[in-house]
Design a protein around this ligand. Structure first.
Ligand SMILES: CC(C)(COP(=O)(O)OP(=O)(O)OC[C@H]1O[C@@H](n2cnc3c(N)ncnc32)[C@H](O)[C@@H]1OP(=O)(O)O)[C@@H](O)C(=O)NCCC(=O)NCCS
Length: 206
């Protein structure tokens, strides 16, 4: 079960350029448009293609229900400068005691700006700070180097390979599996902390 903090729709996670917030009915059109791109279905394996506004509306309802029950956490990714404009989704799904699986996608026009990494790092930090989860896991298609890179930059370690059969795929496809334990996250946290700039703080150190 996710903590109470995640189960309230006022939850908003802030990262330097993004907000992660509960999806709302106002997001439906944009969700259908961006998630309707074939590549999103091909890489996530769970978003059907084609993807209609009705499907997106049902998904938003389901996501809000899962969030309030605490079985999953599904958050819209938005830019701080345009908080009403969904650009992608990110979430956690409880898989077994102490473990949750991380998933995300971004609309194609928003790729290549570091947003997925920023959103994933934010959610990973929140997960380990506010839950008792021991580890996060993720699976990535072998043909998806960008997503592998996102996981690596969050500190995830490869644990092997597998064949996964998800609803949007026609049969099983090869995936690489990843894991980030709480202990590793804790030790990497210091490594990820930005170094002080060379100006005032360094001068103050003498
Ligand atoms: C995977 C995805 C979320 C990445 O989003 P993004 O915001 O563009 O990712 P970022 O900009 O944070 O980081 C991408 C990283 O991958 C790297 N990358 C991108 N394309 C790459 C490629 N073809 N080969 C190798 N690395 C690649 C980028 O250089 C960047 O690494 P860097 O920060 O070290 O330079 C986005 O492409 C997407 O939504 N894809 C479809 C859905 C999907 O794959 N979801 C994940 C399912 S596991």
């Amino acid at each position: 079960m996710m903590p109470d903090l995640f189960r309230d729709d006022v939850l908003t996670l802030e990262t330097p350029r993004l907000f992660l917030r509960w999806p709302t009915v106002e997001d439906v059109a944009q969700l259908a448009r961006l998630a309707g791109d074939r590549v999103i279905s091909d890489m996530t394996g769970i978003i059907p293609h084609p993807y209609s506004q009705d499907m997106a509306a049902r998904y938003v309802g389901d996501a809000r229900q899962w969030n309030s029950e605490g079985s999953k956490l599904k958050l819209a990714i938005v830019e701080r400068r345009e908080p009403e404009n969904l650009i992608g989704m990110i979430g956690l799904r409880l898989t077994e005691p102490g473990e949750a699986s991380l998933g995300y996608w971004l609309g194609k026009p928003h790729w290549g700006k570091g947003y997925a990494t920023e959103a994933a790092q934010g959610l990973v930090d929140m997960a380990f700070m506010f839950t008792r989860l021991d580890r996060l896991v993720a699976s990535v298609r072998v043909v998806n180097p960008a997503s592998r890179r996102v996981l690596e930059r969050c500190g995830f370690q490869p644990t092997g390979s597998d064949f996964l059969s998800l609803p949007a795929w026609n049969g099983a496809v090869p995936v690489e599996t990843y894991r980030l334990t709480r202990n590793l996250w804790r030790s990497l946290k210091g490594w990820r902390t930005p170094v002080p700039s060379r100006s005032a703080p360094m001068a103050a150190l003498g």
